[in-house]
Write a protein that binds this ligand. Structure first.
Ligand code: HEC
Ligand code: HEC
Length: 257
């Protein structure tokens, strides 16, 4: 942008946009890998497609298990090992957190109950965190298998805008995914142990994250969430020059709801 006058209307508009984004950013940044320890798996220079496809078949067994599928559906959530319709028949709502008065948090607290058939619980930032994907990006796997499931799972347009690195990060570090292996009493565990599942994710990515036999293999995993946030910030700082956004990393953390 070097030779564009600073008063150019486009520049002014971009600055306003940048400032608006900057105010929204701390929430984004604090959602990143808290320990910052996650390292993405890179694609091998000599990927083995059939090893990758075999790994996805193992991943699929977990994705389609009740502990995962019950939230990854097109309509209201399912319940129990038999994947029956949730009782009472709650709705997703726009944000995946239900429709008042039956928001998920009305019944799903911050912890699992010690009683069988009580609602499972989960904590996010000190609040009840149990919810399903939002209406605009349902991330539904119901009725899918093989390449069709793999595509929905891998494509950023249907997986919540995730690169392969973010997908791996989500599966390895996300507490909602981890809940699947600590589901409370009376609920079956997924068919693979968590470390074995994480390993299959790495094998799949190392071998080009294949989905079927025709598509080209992936050569790059893209960025992690933290790296994407950092690049986004850098971009905003470049647009804003040394002015308004120079101190934006000091914007106070998101306010309490
Ligand atoms: C309580 C509901 C719930 C359960 C149970 C659940 N998820 Fe999710 N899952 C979500 C929500 C909500 C999102 C969207 C998160 C976001 O994008 O902010 C999501 C997103 C994902 C994504 C990224 C989207 C995609 O399609 O690739 C993956 C992968 C995923 N979950 C894996 C799992 C796995 C594996 C399990 C089981 C071990 C599981 N989930 C169980 C609610 C759930
Ligand atoms: C009126 C109370 C209530 C509300 C509101 C509620 N749930 Fe539940 N939910 C339950 C109960 C009780 C169970 C456990 C049923 C059992 O184990 O037999 C449960 C179980 C589940 C399960 C099954 C977990 C598993 O792996 O078997 C999912 C998924 C789920 N709820 C999602 C949601 C979502 C998403 C919302 C909000 C959109 C929600 N629930 C709102 C009471 C509720």
């Amino acid at each position: 942008m070097g030779n564009i006058a600073r008063t150019d209307p486009l520049v002014v508009a971009l600055r306003r946009l940048a400032l608006a984004c900057a105010l929204a950013l701390p929430a984004l940044a604090s959602a990143a890998d808290p320990g910052g320890t996650f390292q993405p798996t890179h694609v091998s220079p000599t990927p083995d497609r059939s090893a990758g496809l075999q790994a996805f078949a193992q991943i699929e067994r977990v994705l389609l298990h009740a502990r995962c599928l019950n939230c990854h559906v097109p309509d209201g959530p399912l319940q129990g090992d038999a994947k029956r319709v949730h009782f009472p028949p709650v709705q997703r709502g726009v944000d995946g957190k239900g429709v008042p008065p039956l928001q998920c948090a009305t019944c799903h607290a911050t912890q699992n109950s010690p009683l069988a058939h009580a609602p499972p619980g989960l904590e996010s930032d000190g609040q009840p965190g149990w919810h399903m994907p939002p209406a605009k990006m349902k991330m539904s796997w119901l009725g899918l298998s093989g390449p069709a499931l793999c595509k929905v799972f891998r494509d950023p347009k249907t997986n919540g805008g995730r690169s392969l690195a973010m997908l791996e990060e989500h599966m390895v570090t996300d507490h909602l995914v981890a809940w699947g292996w600590q589901p409370g009493p009376g609920r079956e565990l997924p068919p693979l142990a968590k470390p074995a599942f994480d390993e299959q994710v790495r094998v799949w990515i190392r071998n080009g994250a294949p989905c079927d036999t025709r598509e080209p293999l992936r050569t790059s995993v893209g960025s992690t969430r933290a790296a994407a946030d950092e690049a986004f910030l850098r971009n905003l700082r470049d647009i804003a020059g040394s002015g308004a956004l120079a101190n934006m990393t000091h914007v106070s953390p998101r306010s309490q709801p």
